[in-house]
Design a protein around this ligand. Structure first.
Ligand code: ADP
Length: 380
């Protein structure tokens, strides 16, 4: 699959008409690790808004204060004006709480949903920039949270659609928007359950790759599979499972808990089925099936994510070694995610897999946004 992704990545660099948008970030630098100063950062994700004060201490060292604000469904559905009023209110609360209202601080910001950028700003780019501040070998940044995306460093001469200047050796961070990979559903091994998730989502036939790997959807895939098995094959042995019919009721964090359940009787799996779905009297075999389904969905997500990363490594000719920075709750909390990706990498590229480092990055987008503001300051 990776060579097909590779060719799609290349196509996206030639024109905007393909599903991989490959958006130039306008960021043509990576931090040196020596930038210093205090900056503010805003990180608007699918679930939370984070406001951060970031202290760059040089030598790759960063300290940060941050406050998280949950983005309610009401605000998500409201107009842009309401959303930005909410953002402004959150900034005010943060500045008041930390006595920063009178300070003159520069701010970077990041949106973790697809936006066409016309000037410097970041997304997944922040994760890449933050890890590059700590480790000069970093070339790829990945988000694996509510949604998924990847950014990487490309040579300007390899971006035919870039109409700006192309200085000798010039580089550009590209935001792939890989969540939209295979929106035409011709390449990925899509199941009937993926189609159910897709067709019942707010935007069918879009973000097809994202719907197979990211936190918003993994639980929903498992829910559809369990429902099917309960209806067709009497999984749960006749117990009522009506709560499982409720959309989005099977959280992705349940997959993590179930995969971590190593008790002989799968007690925690039993607890989840009873407490959240009122499915009582399950047999151990029922619970083993539930666990296996979670494993299959989790393994597939890790291997597909790796296929995307491997494609970028091949595209930029860095299979001989580099660091991949990865942020997001799915990568952070889902058990075995890294080892499953590593196994797949080994299968794909053999021994050179040892030279590829997957580095967990936390709060990358916020701190990365602050670093972009700092680098711009330094370049002035
Ligand atoms: P965002 O992407 O909004 O910035 P996160 O990186 O925290 O935020 O990702 C949130 C997503 O992670 C949610 O879709 C949630 O289902 C998923 N998630 C949260 N906890 C876990 C967990 N323990 N295991 C797997 N997925 C999780």
């Amino acid at each position: 699959m990776w060579f097909l992704v590779c060719s799609k990545l290349k196509k996206g660099l030639t024109s905007d008409e393909y599903d991989l948008k490959m958006i130039p970030s306008y960021i043509q630098f990576l931090p040196t690790g020596e930038e210093t100063g205090t900056y503010l950062a805003l990180d608007l994700g699918g679930t939370n808004l984070r406001v951060c004060q970031v202290y760059l201490k040089g030598k790759g060292v960063i300290k940060m204060k941050q406050k998280k604000f949950k983005i309610s469904d009401e605000i998500k559905k409201a107009s842009g004006t309401h959303l930005f009023d909410f953002v402004a209110d959150c900034i005010k609360i943060f500045l008041d709480e930390y006595n920063l209202s009178n300070d003159n601080l520069k701010m970077g910001f990041t949106f973790s949903f697809p936006v066409e950028q016309k000037s410097i700003g970041s997304d997944t780019v922040g994760t890449l920039i933050l890890q590059a501040y700590r480790d000069a070998q970093t070339r790829i940044g990945v988000i694996l949270g509510t949604g998924t995306n990847a950014a990487y460093v490309e040579n300007l001469k390899n971006i035919p659609k870039w109409k700006g200047q192309v200085p000798e050796g010039g580089k550009m961070i590209i935001n792939t928007e890989w969540g939209a990979f295979d929106n035409g559903k011709k390449i990925l091994p899509i199941t009937e359950y993926d189609n159910l998730v897709d067709s019942s989502s707010v935007a069918p036939n879009s973000q097809v790759f994202e719907k197979m790997v990211s936190g918003m959807y993994l639980g929903e895939i498992v829910r559809f599979i369990l429902l099917d098995l309960a209806k067709k094959y009497n999984l749960f042995g006749g117990s009522s499972f009506h709560l499982l019919e409720k959309k989005w009721s099977f959280e992705t964090s349940f997959l993590s808990r179930i995969e971590r359940d190593h008790s002989t009787d799968l007690i925690d799996t039993k607890t989840i089925l009873e407490n959240f779905f009122q499915i009582y009297n399950t047999s151990l075999t029922d619970r083993e099936y539930v666990k296996e389904i979670c494993e299959l969905v989790g393994i597939r997500a890790a291997r597909l994510t790796l296929a995307g990363i491997a494609s970028i490594l091949i595209l930029i000719n860095r299979l001989d070694g580099c660091t991949v920075a990865i942020d997001g709750s799915v990568f952070e909390h889902y058990p075995h995610f890294t080892s499953r990706m590593r196994d797949a990498l080994l299968e794909l590229v053999g021994i050179s897999a040892e030279n590829i480092v997957f580095e967990q990055v936390r709060d990358g987008s916020g701190q990365g946004a602050a670093l972009v503001a700092a680098c711009c300051d330094t370049l002035k």
